[in-house]
Design a protein around this ligand. Structure first.
Ligand code: SF4
Length: 259
């Protein structure tokens, strides 16, 4: 495996970070090649960034993150290394790893790959980019993305029936993330209808409303005031209350308080 960076990360949703941070391991490479990827320097297949690690070294890294106070192990863009990650986490658990595993994925993967790691995963942090094939072509570089993600969601819906906070204060189940791309508001409304009908009863939702522009490195709020109000009204209409919505200032707000 090649890993690009390791550390305690405080930029995830509040429940994943709490006071001491998420033990985040970013892998080099990705199964998708989104043109506006924020991590282009590490996500592209031929990226020279990072170091090669063995299963034993990754297990040691996970244990070290727990010693530093991480509340979970958060593997980011793990898909292409799934078999080795499963082996490393299994080994780390044999040596005392006790914090939950967060599988932080775009969902552009096979269910066979997920089945390898599923017994070890406490929370799927599932980035659902769109269910519209034209938006997927433009923003993910793959028209097939909706087909792939829907297969993954069907598979998860059969296995992860409940998302809840466990007795240790950790979120277990699935947290679906959806970043609104500029100019794709109607596709987000379509996504929310689909989500409400298929997966909302099984998961929490995190709606991200700030977009990082790779051409100038600026981050900006992608919605007008009226679109933001429509978004909140639709969440209410669809009965989606569990999860987070980033407000115009970038703060993560609990959706239930807004609707
Ligand atoms: S799925 Fe995420 S990490 Fe991979 S290319 Fe797209 S934005 Fe980048």
């Amino acid at each position: 495996m090649r890993i690009a960076s390791v550390g305690l990360h405080h930029g995830e949703e509040p429940i994943l970070v709490q006071s001491s941070g998420s033990g985040t391991i970013f892998f080099t490479g990705c199964s998708l090649h989104c043109p506006a990827c924020q991590n282009q320097d590490i996500s592209q297949a031929r990226s020279p960034h990072g170091v090669v690690v063995t299963v034993e070294q990754l297990a040691a890294i996970a244990l070290d993150l727990e010693r530093q106070g991480a509340i979970n192990i958060n593997v980011v863009t793990p898909t292409h290394f799934a078999p080795s990650i499963a082996a490393a986490i299994t080994l780390a658990k044999e040596h005392g790893l006790s914090i939950p595993l967060v599988y932080n994925t775009s969902g552009y993967e096979s269910v066979e790959s997920l089945a390898l790691v599923d017994p070890l995963v406490d929370l799927y942090l599932l980035d659902i980019k769109t269910v519209d094939s034209e938006v997927a072509r433009l923003w993910c570089g793959s028209r097939e993305y909706p087909e792939v993600i829907m297969r993954v969601v069907r598979w998860l819906a059969e296995r992860r029936l409940v998302t809840e906070i466990d007795e240790n204060g950790a979120l277990t189940g699935t947290l679906v993330r959806h970043l609104i791309f500029p100019g794709t508001f109607s596709a987000t409304m379509q996504f929310l209808h689909w989500y409400a009908n298929t997966f909302a009863s099984h998961s929490w939702l995190s709606l991200l409303t700030h977009f990082w522009d790779p051409t100038d490195g600026r981050r900006s709020f992608v919605l007008s005031a009226s679109q933001y109000a429509q978004l909140i009204a639709l969440l209410k209409e669809l009965g989606i209350t569990r999860g987070y919505l980033s407000d115009p200032y970038g703060a993560s707000r609990w959706i239930g308080d807004l609707v």
